[in-house]
Design a protein around this ligand. Structure first.
Ligand SMILES: [Zn+2]
Ligand SMILES: [Zn+2]
Length: 345
C-alpha cells in the first residue's frame, strides 16, 4: 500500500506527522499531489485553541495525480489550486444567484487537509492556473488573496475614499494593495506595534504594498493622527485585526462610513462593547467578510501572475513539509520578521 505524509495539530502547539494511505479518488473526485500550501492564521488558532486533533493547511496548490471514473475535464499533470469551500450550485441561495450564501458548502477540511502529499477532492473544487507564470510557492498566495478580495468586495471602497486598514498580516497587506488598486485616495495601515522585528517588518512591507501612512497602536496616537489627516473621518475601515479594534474603527469612520471585518478571536476577546447610539447617529455600517465559498480565485491568480500583487514580497519564508515545526514556530514568533510562510512538498 502506498502511503503519504499528513500533518495534524492540536492545542497547545502539538503536531503529528501521520503516515496514511494515499486515497483513491471517488468517481467524481480528483487526487491532487500537493506541491505547496501556505500557513494561515486559522492554523495557528487550531494549534492554540483546538483540543481535538485537526488536519492542517487549506491554501493548497498541486498537480492532478489521478482522476475518478466520471471525471472528464482534468488530466494527470494539470497544475491546480484547490478551493477549501465550494458552493453546491443547487440550494435556494445558489439558484437565486447568491452562492456566497450557499447553505450546503462542501469542504475537505474535516478529515484531510493541505499539509500532506496528496489531497482527494470533488472535481469542481480545483481550478487550473498558469504554471509557467507562477511557481507553486507563489500560487499558494492565491487563497489568502481571495480572502482579501472578499473583504474588499464586502466593504466596497469607492474612488478617492480615505481608507484605514487595521492589521498588517498577509490579508491586511493584500487588502492595502487592493484598496489602492480600487482608487483609494490614501491608505493608512495600522499595526499593533513596531517594537518587534515582525511588527516593524510588516509595516515596512505595508509601505511597499502601497500604504501612504503606517501607524502602530503601541507607539502612535492612531486616532489623533488619522483625525488630524482626515478631520471628517474616513469612508472605509478594513479590520483584519482582533475584534477589540472595532470601537476604534467606529471612532475614526466618517458619517455614513462602512467598516469591513475579518477578525475573529477565540475566548473572551470575541465579545466587544461599543456605543450603539454613536453607531446609530453616525449611520455606520458593519459588514462581515468570511470568504467561503472561495470566490475570486481567477482574479487572484491573474493579479499574482501579472505581479500586480507581488507574491514574492508577501512570502517571507518557505520550508519543506518535514520542517513543519520550524515553519510554525517561526510564524508564531514575534521576534521573527515574517509575513506569509509556505510549506513545499
Ligand atoms: Zn485561511
Ligand atoms: Zn448552494
Amino acid at each position: 500500500m502506498k502511503t503519504m505524509r499528513s500533518l495534524w495539530g492540536k492545542a497547545p502547539f502539538q503536531f503529528e506527522l501521520r503516515e496514511l494511505p494515499v486515497p483513491d479518488p471517488a468517481p467524481d473526485e480528483v487526487l491532487v499531489r500537493v506541491t505547496a500550501c501556505g500557513i494561515c492564521g486559522t492554523d495557528l488558532h487550531f494549534l492554540r485553541h483546538n483540543a481535538e486533533w485537526t488536519p492542517l493547511g487549506h491554501e493548497v496548490v498541486g498537480v492532478i495525480a489521478a482522476t475518478g471514473a466520471r471525471v472528464e475535464r482534468w488530466r494527470e499533470g494539470d497544475a491546480v489550486i484547490v478551493e477549501n469551500h465550494t458552493a453546491c450550485g443547487v440550494c435556494a441561495p445558489c439558484k437565486n444567484g447568491r452562492s456566497l450564501y450557499c447553505q450546503n458548502l462542501t469542504s475537505y477540511m474535516d478529515d484531510r487537509a493541505g499539509f500532506a502529499d496528496y489531497l482527494r477532492v470533488r472535481q469542481d473544487m480545483v481550478q487550473s492556473y498558469d504554471a509557467q507564470a507562477l511557481a507553486p510557492q507563489q500560487a499558494a498566495l492565491a487563497e489568502p488573496l481571495t480572502v482579501a478580495l472578499d473583504l474588499l468586495q464586502r466593504a466596497d471602497p469607492d474612488l478617492n475614499d480615505e481608507v484605514v486598514v487595521f492589521g498588517p498580516g498577509p490579508i491586511g497587506l493584500m487588502v492595502t494593495r487592493l484598496a489602492k488598486l480600487r482608487g483609494a485616495r490614501r491608505v493608512f495601515l495600522v499595526g499593533s506595534t513596531r517594537s518587534t522585528p515582525r511588527g516593524q517588518y510588516r509595516l515596512q512591507l505595508g509601505l511597499q504594498m502601497g500604504a501612504d501612512v503606517v501607524l502602530s497602536q503601541a507607539e502612535d496616537d492612531v486616532v489623533a493622527v488619522i483625525k488630524g489627516a482626515v478631520p471628517q473621518g474616513v469612508q472605509r475601515v478594513l479590520v483584519t485585526a482582533p475584534p477589540r479594534t472595532l470601537p476604534l474603527a467606529f471612532e475614526i469612520a466618517c458619517f455614513g462610513g462602512i467598516i469591513g471585518l475579518i477578525g475573529i478571536e477565540f475566548g473572551a476577546g470575541a465579545a466587544v462593547t461599543f456605543d450603539v447610539n454613536a453607531f446609530h447617529f453616525k449611520k455606520l455600517q458593519l459588514r462581515a467578510s468570511h470568504a467561503i465559498p472561495n470566490h475570486y480565485f481567477p482574479i487572484a491568480l491573474d493579479l499574482l501572475a501579472r505581479r500586480v500583487v507581488d507574491a514574492d514580497l508577501l512570502r517571507s519564508h518557505t520550508f519543506p513539509l518535514d520542517d513543519f515545526e520550524r515553519a510554525f514556530r517561526t510564524l508564531a514568533d514575534s521576534q521573527q520578521a515574517t509575513a506569509k510562510v509556505v510549506l513545499t512538498m
